[in-house]
Design a protein around this ligand. Structure first.
Ligand SMILES: [Zn+2]
Length: 409
């Protein structure tokens, strides 16, 4: 695998050179000719590796360049893709085997030019795999990852929806009031990590001691990552099993990480990974997964009456609605609002308890909507009367707020 990666460096430098000279994207066929066929004549060590991982490595590079060129030509959505980078021999390594050239036994796996390797199964294979990727992580552990086709395990409907607000102190607050704390493994191991890294920095480059220290740092990082991933897997599975519809807020994680004071704490939580895992599990169990716009005023609005109390500083954890007088926990209120963006029925439900004749319910909904706008209007009038009184907790007298309210007039 080390050999395969050194090959990768030669190949990457060729492509980067081409790109720097203003050439077009090299095709897979060109690369294949240039490197696999040609290079094997000169670089004999390439023959020590099976041919499939080399071809797959080239295919990956081809894909990476395609994404990069497409992104800059505007053919690809999302943030701009950067050109592929050189990979370090010391970080994660992978070799992918496809087709018929690997064999899976009971407790061994046969890989071409490697031979039989003992394997410990973490789970049984659902079907015949189409490929196997052998991964060596930076702390020296080997994994075999198979691509298999599985059927979705559609769970029966339970008519239970949940809105989730993600936060730094409380990892997840559910719209039913439940609060889930995260393990924060990096925070717990920060001192230890700093100590290991200091020792590593003092070692001579190229020494055996340096390698030992590097491995120690890498192992601690792996431990931190494993604790986090384990927590996120368990939580996302739990949610997908217990709720039909899961609603999350679209968070600008890469933007938030630019704030250096928050970067470490946010990265330690793994919000993005949580979203990816939850989405995948919703698909697996046939659940609905929704993400609402990041500009929805979920922490500004009162979940009881819909009154917008303005933007609140991050240290305001609890507040009282100026309109209906309800005492709100910031996170629970936000979680209820997140769910409400997708399912605006909670409001009807609260009214339902007041209505004595349920037949009138559909009619009542319209009335309720009408009442809400009336409440807004009276508030705009009252606010304009006390324009100069600015509540420290509530910035509802901002000019934007009036602009918006004037829509109702
Ligand atoms: Zn309210």
């Amino acid at each position: 695998m080390v050999v395969a990666d050194t090959f990768g460096i030669v190949r990457d430098s060729h492509c980067n050179q081409l790109y720097a000279n203003g050439h077009k994207r090299p095709s897979y066929v060109d690369l294949s000719k240039q490197f696999i066929t040609q290079a094997k004549k000169e670089l004999f060590w390439l023959k020590e590796v099976a041919s499939t991982p080399l071809q797959q490595s080239l295919k990956d590079l081809d894909k990476a360049y395609k994404n990069f060129f497409d992104s800059w030509a505007g053919k690809r959505k999302g943030i701009k893709v950067k050109p592929p980078k050189f990979k370090s021999r010391k970080s994660r390594q992978a070799a992918r085997f496809v087709g018929e050239n690997y064999k899976i036994g009971q407790d061994k796996i046969y890989l071409p030019k490697v031979g039989k390797v003992k394997i410990v199964w973490s789970r049984s294979l659902a079907s015949q795999p189409s490929s196997v990727t052998i991964i060596k992580d930076s702390s020296g552990r080997y994994f075999a990852s198979f691509v298999v086709e599985t059927c979705a395990k559609i769970l029966p409907k339970i008519d239970n929806s949940i809105g989730i607000d993600l936060g730094i102190y409380t990892f997840a607050t559910l719209s039913n009031g439940e609060k889930i704390l995260a393990p924060k493994p990096l925070k717990q191991n920060l001192k230890k990590l700093a100590k290991f890294q200091r020792k590593f920095a003092r070692t001579e480059p190229g020494s055996k001691r340096r390698e030992r220290c590097r491995l120690r740092v890498a192992k601690l990082h792996t431990k931190v990552k494993d604790i986090r991933t384990d927590f996120l897997h368990k939580l996302s599975t739990d949610l997908a099993i217990n709720y039909d519809t899961i609603v999350l807020e679209d968070l600008n994680v890469s933007g938030m990480i630019k704030n250096h004071k928050l970067a470490k704490a946010i990265s330690d939580l793994g919000w993005r990974q949580f979203r990816t895992l939850t989405e995948a599990k919703c698909e697996k169990y046939g659940r609905e997964f929704r993400v609402i716009d990041r500009w929805e005023p979920t922490s500004q609005k009162s979940s009881c009456c819909g009154f917008r109390g303005g933007k609140k500083e991050l240290n305001v954890r609890e507040w009282t609605c100026l309109n209906c007088g309800t005492f709100h926990d910031r996170d629970i209120n936000a979680a209820v609002n997140i769910l409400e963006v997708v399912q605006p029925k909670t409001k009807v439900e609260t009214i339902e308890t007041v209505v004595e004749n349920p037949v009138q319910l559909s009619l009542f909904q319209e009335v309720a909507e009408g009442q809400r706008s009336i409440i807004y209007r009276t508030w705009s009038q009252r606010n304009s009367a006390r324009k100069k009184v600015v509540d420290g907790n509530d910035v509802s007298t901002r000019p934007e707020f009036f602009k918006q309210l004037s829509l109702f007039d």
